[in-house]
Design a protein around this ligand. Structure first.
Ligand code: NAD
Ligand code: MG
Length: 400
């Protein structure tokens, strides 16, 4: 068993912390090369003392010098770098074998792409990379021989139950050719699945981030409440598994025990189940193709008792419909959708936008950017992302 040399992009976040928890359980398998965080230098400092990485990366120079001083005072030899270019450097350094891509939002795209372009083993939590640049990213993964392992729990589940030859080279074949009829993507329905519709306008950030089953970062928690998260995941599945939009169905499953399913042409439906603990898909990706301990509790089926399934309600969750529409529209529409959503969610968390304003803003920005954006290069997609952010910010200014 060769030791994996690991860079954790976004180590201070929810996925980053769970990743390091798995690392700690397997000191013989993993060695940490770099840890990165936007601004939480106390947390990063503590992580550096435990894992002794060669590098730590933060967003700006001021934070970098503060963190460096703290590390030196603690006797640590970790060197602190800063800025976006440094993220790409630690994601693509020759000695690194494995990169956990766990930055939140479009900011995670460039370092993830940098890792793929040098053929790393990429553990992909940052779904926004695929929403923003799915086709180009998958092309680079294939062209550069990177190993892509999905960490998002649903995609990890689908990966586990697809035939091995297909999941490892989805673009060398087709889903139908692998005997697959469709992908069933499960969704919890979030905290507002049964809340009276006329009370949704009054939802607060605290209510939106209180997910019934999963503990996650704030942005993805709001996305889960609006079901934009499931919309982003449909787009993610489209690219990861070389699926058509119509090959993917969303199934609401409030208990979050079945993490997703694959239906085969003979009528067999294979599911992956487990406790809602992200260390399970993380450990799967880290150990692949072997299975390693994750620290998650055994699934207690008797206390779960029952598994329910429902059709998604597109009227209650307009963000889910917007995501399907953007995927069908193709081109840079999903990049626009993603950027508008990031601006809307940040404004909602800052109390500058009501909950029902989120889909209103996104729909308006998608209409404004229609026909104005291209998707033929990473630069064009970054321009689409920037234009959508500009239009979203203008929309917010007008709505005040
Ligand atoms: P989080 O907010 O808890 O952590 C995000 C990390 O990214 C932090 O380390 C933060 O410092 C860093 N970061 C934020 N902005 C940055 C920027 N501009 N530049 C560099 N670094 C930046 O988020 P999370 O919940 O851990 O989610 C991370 C990613 O994983 C997201 O793309 C999310 O959709 C995906 N994901 C998360 C979960 C989950 O359970 N938390 C499940 C599935 C997928
Ligand atoms: Mg998910």
């Amino acid at each position: 068993m060769a030791v994996q040399i690991l860079t954790v992009l976004g180590s201070t976040g929810s996925i980053g912390v769970s990743t390091l928890d798995v690392v700690t359980r397997h000191p013989d398998r993993f060695q940490v090369y770099a840890l990165t965080g936007a601004s939480q230098i106390d947390k990063l400092h503590a992580q550096c003392l435990i894992h002794s990485p060669r590098f730590a990366v933060v967003l700006d120079e001021q934070l970098a010098s503060r963190l460096q001083a703290k590390l030196l005072a603690s006797g640590s030899e970790t060197e602190v770098l800063c800025g976006e270019a440094a993220l790409e450097t630690v994601a693509s350094a020759p000695v690194v074998t494995t990169v956990m891509a766990a930055i939140v939002g479009a900011a995670g795209m460039r370092p993830t792409l940098a890792a793929a372009r040098v053929g790393k083993r990429v553990l992909l939590a940052n779904k926004e990379t695929l929403v923003l640049a799915g086709r180009l990213f998958m092309d680079e993964v294939t062209r550069c021989g990177a190993t892509l392992l999905p960490i998002d729990s649903e995609h990890n589940a689908i990966f586990q139950v697809l035939p091995r030859a297909y999941r490892e080279a989805p673009y060398a074949g087709t889903l139908g050719g692998a005997g697959v009829k469709r992908i069933l993507l499960t969704a919890s329905g979030g905290p507002f699945r049964t809340r009276p519709l006329d009370t949704l306008a009054a939802v607060t950030p605290d209510e939106a981030v209180r997910h019934p089953n999963w503990s996650m970062g704030r942005k993805i928690s709001v996305d889960s409440a609006s079901m934009m998260n499931k919309g982003l995941e449909v787009i993610e599945a489209r690219w990861l598994f070389n699926a058509a939009v119509d090959d993917i169905a969303v199934v609401v499953h409030p208990q979050s025990i079945v993490h997703s399913m694959v239906e085969y042409v003979d009528g067999s439906v294979l599911a992956q189940m487990g406790a809602p603990d992200m260390r399970i898909p993380i450990a799967y990706g880290m150990g692949y193709p072997e299975r390693i301990e994750s620290g998650a509790a055994s699934l207690d089926l008797f206390s779960v008792g029952r598994l329910d399934f429902e059709a998604p309600d597109f009227a209650r969750f307009p963000c889910l419909r917007l995501a399907f529409d953007a995927l069908r529209a193709g081109g840079a529409s999903t990049a626009v959708l993603n950027a508008a959503n990031e601006v809307a969610v940040a404004a909602f968390l800052d109390r500058g936008l009501g909950y029902t304003g989120i889909p209103a803003l996104i729909e308006s920005v998608l209409a404004e950017c229609d026909g104005q954006v291209r998707a033929d290069s990473i630069e064009a997609l970054m321009d689409a992302d920037a234009l959508a952010r500009e239009r979203a910010t203008a929309w917010l200014a007008r709505s005040h």
